[in-house]
Design a protein around this ligand. Structure first.
Ligand SMILES: Nc1ncnc2c1ncn2[C@@H]1O[C@H](COP(=O)(O)OP(=O)(O)OP(=O)(O)O)[C@@H](O)[C@H]1O
Ligand SMILES: [Mg+2]
Length: 463
């Protein structure tokens, strides 16, 4: 009995054929190669073994079965186990069957009577191919797993560190303050914390306080009893009650009014609050997360945010890095958003051109990932072919300062005035591209933020 050679790994082979002779011959032949072989005598038991006896490396399937057409079984297999190599067993000379089988994606076909060497070789090759495919898939999945965390995409060192930190803090009940510029993914991070906690199957609610009047925010948060105010026809539970057992994210916490800040402090300390019009306070078990794109500590120092609340929120502090500090995530994010917007728009845009990628990598992204997301969406929607070219990038992204060839001073202007004018143009353009964020513009210009700020004041540039 010759053993399986080094280049033919033993596989698991399923034969579906109702003729006992065929099953016996093939079993003997393939088992002598070291393969594990099982035989099913009809389509029903074949299907059963395919679903519950796998994984299989190859399937040898008779075209004519007592209880089904082999081609129907083939179609079924293609849907369930698309990676499985399938050989159709046909009688010698039935070319039509063979052609039909190939059309349905059969790996190959074997004609009776079998040529032993051919069967050996083809099956060995199929086993190898299947193994490779599975390995590649595993590898890809492993890579994908490393480069995403819940719904967050990013492979940069900074993001990997963030994933590890989230994993570490998620299981506790501690309050987490999530800081980061606008559009960096703070809400995604908050959601990931919730998903990785024991509260994952309880509600996650987002309380946005930005540009919401205090009355309305309080009503949203704490709810009211019936008749609490004119027009309160029925009782309404607040978001905190809705989130009981789960997690609440206070978005843009810096915009919460002093009145709400006090009440929030009480929620965190006493775990209770009073709905409008209620006599007894409600007790809830809610984990509080807060997000901000302003530096809360500075607001505290300026007396615009309660210090005690700040310390209550800032038990664990987490900062999401801006996109310009992790440009290596950009290609991955582009791919991620291409996939999403292709699907949403039923399009098939495969890539951005190398020139576009270069622009994306060099752009300072004042709006961070949200801005990139919008750029890709726009590109996908407008693309005619399978590529996004420079023409599909927003115009203000392309606005670059072109250095004019200065041979002599403009009429009636002195040297220092001309330099100042040029400085002004550079700064205004950088500010425009940075969406008015001085920190971002300074970085793009290679200046310290304080230096840029001085220049802005000196030149009287309006931001
Ligand atoms: N790392 C990321 N991977 C995938 N999508 C991301 C990532 N970061 C942000 N996004 C997407 O960008 C958009 C903005 O993210 P999100 O709302 O979490 O930002 P934010 O920091 O809360 O912004 P803001 O401060 O303006 O509220 C969302 O559509 C989000 O899905
Ligand atoms: Mg947000």
């Amino acid at each position: 009995m010759p053993p399986a050679t080094a280049e033919t790994p033993p596989g698991r082979i399923l034969i579906v054929d109702d003729e006992p002779v065929v099953g016996d011959v093939l079993t003997a032949l393939l088992a002598s190669e070291g393969h594990h072989v099982e035989v099913a005598a009809d389509a029903a038991s074949g299907r059963f073994l395919l679903e519950d006896g796998g994984p299989w490396d190859a399937l040898l399937l008779d075209v004519m079965l007592p209880d089904a057409d082999g081609l129907d079984v083939l179609r079924w297999v293609r849907e369930r186990v698309p990676d499985l190599a399938v050989f159709m067993i046909t009688a010698f000379g039935s070319v039509e069957d063979a052609v039909a089988a190939m059309k349905f994606g059969a790996f190959h076909y074997l004609t009776k009577p079998f040529k032993n060497d051919e069967v050996r070789l083809l099956v060995a090759k199929a086993v190898q191919t299947t193994r490779l495919r599975v390995e590649n898939k595993d590898l890809k999945r492993a890579l994908e797993q490393r480069f995403r965390f819940e719904k967050i995409v990013g492979k940069s060192h900074a993001m990997q560190e963030l994933y590890r930190f989230i994993e570490q803090v998620a299981p506790s009940r501690s309050t987490v303050l999530i800081q980061g510029e606008s559009g960096t993914g703070k809400e995604l991070v908050a959601h990931a914390i919730h998903r990785r906690s024991a509260r994952a199957d309880k509600p996650f609610v987002v309380v946005s306080s930005h540009s919401i009047p205090t009355d309305l925010l309080e009503d949203n948060l704490f709810g009211h009893t019936r008749g609490a105010f004119t027009g309160a026809a029925g009782a309404k539970p607040g978001l905190l009650e809705v989130a009981d057992g789960g997690t609440a994210l206070f978005d843009e916490i810096s915009t919460v009014s002093p009145e709400v800040q006090v009440k929030l402090l009480r929620v965190i300390q006493e775990k209770e609050f009073l709905p409008l019009g209620a006599i007894e306070s409600r007790v809830v078990d809610v984990r509080i997360l807060a997000a901000t794109n302003e530096d809360l500590k500075t607001l505290v120092d300026q007396g615009r945010f309660r210090e005690d609340l700040y310390y209550r929120l800032n038990v664990i502090n987490l900062t999401v890095p801006p996109l310009r500090k992790r440009a290596e995530d950009i290609p991955l994010l582009v791919e991620h958003f291409l996939g999403r917007f292709n699907e949403e728009n039923a399009k098939d845009v495969a890539r951005v051109t190398p020139e576009v990628l270069e622009r994306l990598l060099g752009y300072p992204w004042p709006g961070n990932v949200r801005e990139l997301e919008n750029v890709v969406e726009r590109g996908v929607v407008l693309a005619r072919g399978r590529e996004i070219g420079v023409d599909l990038l927003p115009k203000d992204m392309l606005a670059t300062v072109s250095l004019p060839e200065v041979a002599s001073l403009p009429e009636g202007m002195g040297f220092y005035d001309a330099v100042a004018r040029y400085e002004r143009q550079l700064i205004e353009s950088a500010l425009r591209r940075a969406g008015g964020v001085q920190k971002v513009a300074a970085e793009a210009l290679g200046l310290k933020p304080t230096t840029l700020n001085e220049k802005i004041k000196r030149l009287g540039i309006s931001v």
